[in-house]
Design a protein. Sequence first.
Lengths: 200, 261
Amino acid sequence: MAYYPEPVARLIDALQKLPGIGPKTAQRLTFFLLKRPTEEVTALSEAIARVKAQIVNCSICFNVTEEDPCQICSDPARDARLLCVVEEPNDLLAMERTGQYRGRYHVLLGVLSPLDGIGPEDLRVRELLARLEGQPADEVILATNPNVEGEATAIYLAKLLKSLAPRVTRIARGLPVGGDLEYADEVTLGKALEGRREMG
Amino acid sequence: MPLRKTQAVVIGRMALGESDRLVTFYARDCGKVRGVAKGARRPRSRFGSGLELFTQGQLLFFETERSDLARVDSFDILHSFQSVRENLERLMYGSWAVECLGRLSADRDPNPALYGLLLRTLKALETPCRPPRAAFCFALRAVDLLGHRLRLDRCLKCGTPSPFGSKSGRLDFTAGGLVCEPCATYGSDGVDLSGLAVGGLRRLRTLSWDEALRAVLPPALEVEMAGVLEAQMARLIGQVPRTTRFRTQARRALGVNGGSP
Ligand SMILES: [Zn+2]
Ligand SMILES: [Zn+2]
C-alpha cells in the first residue's frame, strides 16, 4: 500500500464505508475529486452535510422528510384508511412513481433477515402496531420485496396484524411486464399463476 | 478461466454493487463456493428466482484468477424449497442450519456427505416434521462430518463408561467430550449434561435419519439436547449464530416460546 497524504487517506477511508464501494473505487473517486474545481467539490460536501442536518424521519411513517410530519402524512387528500407497508424510503418513492396509490405509508426502515440476525425489534414494527391501534385502517398492503427476507417480513406482519386490520393484502408477484413466459423460472411462473385474476 | 459444473444449494446471499449479488453456495463437488452473480438483482435478471435461499440447482461457474470469488454463469433450479422459505418456523430453522454450515466450512473443501445431509435437512423441513427436530438432527450429524465429534461413551479423563448412573456429567468442549462429575473442572469451557441427555444423544447418532426425525423424546430432554448442540455450535463458530438472535426476537414478539435450536 502506498503512503497517501493524511487528508487523501482519510477520504479514501470514508468513501469505502459506502455500500458497493471497495478500496479501488474509493481511491479512484478520491483522485477524481482532487481534479475537480473547488466550487464543485464544496457543493458536494455541503450537500452531504445538509442532508444530514435537515432531513429527519417522519415521526408517523418514518419516511425521510424535511418537515415532520412528512407531506404525505399531512396531506388530507391521502386516504388514511389505506396503509402501505414498505421496507425503505426508496420503495415508497417507487410506489409513488406509479401514480396509482392514494393511501398512506409506513416505512419499516429495514427487513427481517434471519441470516443477518435482524429481528422485529430492529424495525419500526412496534410503531406500526401502535399507529394502527390509534388510527385504524381498512386495509394494510404489505409491499415488501418478493425475496426471502421480504416474504418473511410479510408473513410475520400478517400474523401480527390479523387482529388490527380487517384486510391485510400482499402485492402480487409474478412476471415482469415485457418479459417472455418461456424464460420465466418455475417459482416466478407459479407465483404469477397463483396471483391470476378474472378478466373483463 | 476454467468453467466448473456442480450441483449446489444457495446458503447465503447479499447485495453487491448496483445490481449484483454475492451468493454463497454449498456445492456437492466443491464445498462452499462464493460467487458473484452479475445483474442478479434486476427484475428481469436471467437468474430469475433461482438465487433465493435454499434453492438447489445446477451451478455453472468460472474460477477467477484475481480473487477467491467465482463468477456465476448460470444456476438452473432443480428444487426450489419454496415452502421452507414461506413458513416462518421452517425458515428460522433452515436458516440456522445453513448459517452453521456456512460458518463452519472453509471455501472449496468438498464434502459430499455434508451436501447430502443439507439436502436431507431441507427435504425434512418441507414435510410436516417439527422444524426444530430437523435442525437438531442436522447439527448432530454436521459436527461429526466436520470433524468435531464429541466423545460421549466414557469419561475422557478416568475412562468410566457413560452414562454415569444418576449423576450428571459435563461436556468439556476443550477436552472434546464427556467428563464425569468428579473429573469435571469447575468453570471449564462446556455445559452440564444429564445422564438422560447423554443417552439420548448417543441414541440419536445411531438411529437412521428418518428414525431420528420421528423418535419420540420427552420435550424437556429434547430442549436439553438441543441446547447442548446450540452451545457447541456457538463454541465452534466463536459466537452465538445470528439466526439464534433472530429466533429469540421473533418468538418474543409473537408470544411463543420453545426450546432451541
Ligand atoms: Zn410521514
Ligand atoms: Zn472421570
